[in-house]
Every structure is written in structure tokens, then in C-alpha cells.
Design a protein around this ligand. Structure first.
Ligand code: SIN
Ligand code: FE2
Length: 203
């Protein structure tokens, strides 16, 4: 494991950590998961559907509707448990997330051309001492990260297929989002776009 780039304190980036074969393996796992747990564009608290489509691996997935945001044990469309976490993700978390406590959720975000994610904090998890580990697959994202106050200055960086980054410590509750996707920058995802996986310990 090579040393990450410390972009800001607590926000570490491993560019190209996953090779082409590892990326392909995770993509296959996502496509298989989406057969039983279809991607859905959940409504935000404001009632508008998100441009990012989501599904999940592991005991908990994330859903949102008029009643609010939450982690849930079942896919809201199928009422079935989420697909099991692929072993490669459990390994990655053990190395870069937490060596003792496994993740209980991996959110899968699908960004087709034009999708974006507004600045937000990841604060639905019970214990922020656990990091959030993020894996990028497919098209490059223009990612934005700031501080723990919405008013803090932000900086933007590109996240490419195979990049892994981690929000921990002073950056665990940093505001972050995705301004846009660079459409056509990768051919990994069938139909085009970007898939982002975030491993978390939610409960
Ligand atoms: C997220 O904040 O949930 C997603 C971040 C990303 O897509 O890189
Ligand atoms: Fe997030």
C-alpha cells in the first residue's frame, strides 16, 4: 500500500489504487447487485428526485423519501435485504477503514451524464470515529471538499476510476459533493457514467 496524498488534514487520496482488474471485478458486483436491488432516484427532503441513482451492499442501505433520510435494512422497492458486501470491499475496509470493526453499509451511487451531488456532510452514521472510504469507478468526477462549516472555503479535485479516498478525523464531517461528471472519460461503466462506492459503519 503506497502513501496517500493528504489533500486536507483527514482527507487522504490514493490515486489509482485499484487496477483495471479490480475495477472490473467491483463493476461486475455492482451490476449483479442491481439485478436484485435496482438503482433508484430517491426524493430529497425537498421532494425533488436526486439526479444520482442509488443502491447498496451490506446489512444497511440508505433511502430517502418524504419522511426523511435514513439507513434501512431493506430495499424500499423490493422489501428485500440488500445484496451481501463483496469480499474485496471488506478487505479494503480492513486495510484502510478499520481493522477490527467491519463496515455495515456500502452505498452505491450511479452518476449518469449530468448527475451531480450537492455539498453535504455524511452525518447519518452513529459514530464519526469510523471513516468513510470512497471508491471511484468509471467517468472522472469533479469532486469538491471544504470544511466542517458550510461557509468554509472549498477546493475541487478530480477523482478518476480506481481512485480511493478516505474522510476521517478532522475531515470526517467535512462538506463535500460532486459538481459534475466528465462524460466519456472512461469506458468502464456500460451506458457511460460514474459509480461511486462508499463504505461506512452506520450503526
Ligand atoms: C457521496 O458523498 O455520497 C458521494 C461522493 C462521490 O460520489 O464521490
Ligand atoms: Fe457524502
Amino acid at each position: 500500500m503506497f502513501q496517500p496524498l493528504s489533500v486536507i488534514p483527514g482527507f487522504d487520496l490514493w490515486p489509482g489504487l485499484l487496477d483495471a482488474q479490480a475495477q472490473k471485478g467491483l463493476l461486475e458486483a455492482v451490476l449483479a447487485a442491481a439485478d436484485s436491488a435496482p438503482f433508484a432516484n430517491y426524493a430529497t427532503a425537498y421532494g425533488k428526485p436526486m439526479s444520482v441513482a442509488m443502491t447498496a451492499f451490506g446489512p444497511l442501505g440508505w433511502t430517502s423519501d418524504a419522511a426523511g433520510y435514513r439507513y434501512a435494512e431493506r430495499h424500499p422497492g423490493t422489501d428485500q435485504a440488500w445484496p451481501a458486501m463483496p469480499p474485496a470491499l471488506l478487505d479494503l475496509w480492513a486495510r484502510l477503514g478499520d481493522p477490527e470493526t467491519p463496515p455495515d453499509s456500502c452505498l452505491v451511487n450511479l452518476y449518469r451524464e449530468g448527475a451531480r451531488m450537492g455539498l453535504h456532510q455524511d452525518r447519518d452514521e452513529a459514530d464519526p470515529r469510523f471513516p468513510v472510504l470512497s471508491i471511484s469507478l468509471g467517468d472522472t468526477a469533479v469532486f469538491r471538499i471544504g470544511g466542517t462549516s458550510r461557509k468554509d472555503p472549498t477546493r475541487s479535485l478530480k477523482l478518476s476510476s480506481g481512485d480511493v479516498c478516505r474522510l476521517s478525523g478532522p475531515a470526517r464531517l467535512a462538506f463535500h459533493g460532486v459538481d459534475r461528471i466528465v462524460a466519456g472519460s472512461s469506458s468502464l461503466v456500460p451506458g457511460g457514467g460514474r459509480i461511486n462506492l462508499t463504505l461506512r459503519r452506520a450503526r
